[in-house]
Design a protein around this ligand. Structure first.
Ligand code: SF4
Length: 191
């Protein structure tokens, strides 16, 4: 999905173009692993949608507003909640999975190399899908009680995003984007 987006193809922006690979990767994996019928996948998608909408309305899902935590972080939270639902989690465990999925992406900057949604975006999708599964598996080992709520972590994401300097918010001028150069420009600067 992430490669399809990076090559200008058609994707479902759930939650965004740059982070569109996380939810489908997790749902496809669990459909194959757990042999879930389509109806259960639809319910899991609804759960993911609630999580994504909560983040969108109470903070942001835009890399330009809050950095990559709002894209890959929210995608991970959505996928983690969907995975917890498919694995048989309670409502509390599902909310906890969303919280864990986002919390550990807090502060993640948006720094696409050359302004393209390829590096670091494609790998971030794969790693966030992995983290979503692990978040769900982790919370299912607990009774669901936790100190930090999903609402808390969404508030923290909003505050952190607003505190980030502009160059870490989809400008393609900070972080990796400022370090990793276009190879053709490197070659011409050597001449
Ligand atoms: S680095 Fe920026 S463009 Fe890439 S997925 Fe994250 S928010 Fe989107």
């Amino acid at each position: 999905m992430a490669e399809e987006n990076a090559s200008g193809g058609t994707v479902v922006t759930a939650p965004t173009c740059g982070s569109c690979g996380v939810v489908p990767a997790v749902l496809r994996y669990l459909k194959e692993e757990l042999k879930c019928p389509d109806t259960e996948i639809y319910y899991a998608l609804a759960v993911a949608g609630i999580v994504g909408n909560t983040a969108k309305h109470n903070a942001s899902i835009s890399g330009a507003e809050v950095g990559c935590q709002g894209e890959i972080g929210v995608a991970c939270a959505m996928a983690a909640a969907a995975a917890a639902q498919l694995m048989g989690g309670t409502e509390t465990q599902i909310e906890y999975a969303a919280e864990v999925g986002l919390e550990h992406f807090l502060g993640l900057t948006c720094d696409p190399v050359m302004g393209l949604v390829q590096i670091p975006c494609i790998e971030r999708n794969a790693l966030a899908a992995n983290k979503a599964i692990i978040s769900a598996e982790y919370v299912l080992l607990t009774d669901g009680r936790h100190r930090v709520s999903f609402d808390d972590v969404v508030k923290a994401m909003r505050q952190t995003g607003h505190d980030l300097p502009d160059l870490y918010r989809e400008t393609g001028t900070g972080g990796l984007a400022s370090i990793v150069q276009d190879p053709s420009q490197k070659a011409s600067s050597k001449k």
